[in-house]
Ligand binder design. Structure first.
Ligand SMILES: [Zn+2]
Length: 297
């Protein structure tokens, strides 16, 4: 079974908000999962993480974590690398107490380096980070290397598959971001387009890939360089209505959410789709209701 997650506390969470109130509000809204957003840095104390984790368990809300944006596993600046380690480790520590998994992160930037060189560096750093997680007792948490949305960012389809193959899905899983795919790799239009993408991951990583699936989804804006901002569900329909050229290199809208849900249902995927729409709970519930309807048929 797939759950649909909201990316952060829902917009309608009573003030002052925060993750604890967010989890409670998810339960009220009927949202079954939440990605805890540490994108600007991890500032959650262990005590609070334990409290949020216990509440999520009680209310049956699945949790995952999104690590800080300031991560780059491919660079050679010593201080920045130290910070990269710290960002991933502190995310893993919070995730451990939250009972959350995976910790999603954007792997890095090429900055003019060869793809192979970036891969070598990322593997070396992740090796060290995973060792430190294990010795701290946080190895119940899986790292999630996200498919990045800009062509300048390390973390394309082959690169995140290779990281998962190298470390094993129990330690590091690939996190497909279908919005990023749509913007960076090629436009997703149909169920067959989704099937082809998933075939590639299943073929490379085996049946376990379907058992602990974690992905990001939203409609998106795109240019030749890749992703722009995330868009609410319905943007593709609007673009069609306004007569926009859907094959232009620059535009907004799509990929469609219904064929994704259909394929995941048909192939019996287990895990979470994080809906990263700016409309937050509105679009999360649209997807969650659509998925439940698919399940009944
Ligand atoms: Zn992300």
């Amino acid at each position: 079974m797939i759950r649909i997650a909201v990316a952060g506390a829902p917009l309608s969470t009573p003030s002052p908000g925060g993750s604890l109130a967010g989890v409670k509000h998810c339960a009220k809204l009927g949202i079954p999962a939440m990605e805890v957003e540490f994108v600007q840095g991890v500032r959650m104390k262990d005590e609070l993480a334990k409290e949020v984790g216990a509440e999520a368990k009680r209310l049956d809300i699945s949790l995952s974590v999104h690590g800080p944006y300031f991560i780059n596993l491919c660079g050679d600046d010593e201080l920045k690398m130290k910070n990269t380690h710290r960002h991933i480790l502190s995310s893993a520590q919070a995730a451990h107490y939250l009972h959350a998994s995976p910790v999603v992160f954007h792997p890095g930037f090429y900055q003019g380096r060869e793809k192979k060189e970036c891969e070598r560096r990322a593997k070396k750093e992740l090796e060290a980070i995973l060792e430190r997680m294990a010795s701290a007792g946080f190895d119940d948490v899986v790292l999630g290397a996200e498919l990045t949305g800009k062509k300048s960012a390390y973390g394309d389809v082959d690169e995140i598959i290779e990281l998962a193959r190298h470390f094993g899905l129990g330690k590091l899983q690939p996190v497909i971001d279908f919005g990023h795919y749509h913007a960076r790799v090629g436009r997703i239009r149909t169920k067959e387009d989704y099937e082809k993408i998933l075939d590639k991951f299943e073929g490379a990583l085996g049946p376990d890939f379907k058992k602990s699936f974690h992905c990001h989804y939203s409609e998106i804006q795109y240019t030749e360089a890749g992703e722009g901002k995330h868009m609410p569900i319905g943007s593709l329909e609007e673009a069609k209505k306004s007569g926009a050229d859907l094959n232009a290199p620059k535009g907004a809208g799509g990929p469609p959410h219904l064929p994704l849900l259909q394929v995941l249902h048909e192939r019996k995927y287990q895990g979470t789709v994080v809906c990263e729409s700016p409309a937050m709970e509105k679009d999360v519930l649209t997807m969650w209701k659509a998925l439940q309807k698919t399940d009944k048929n």
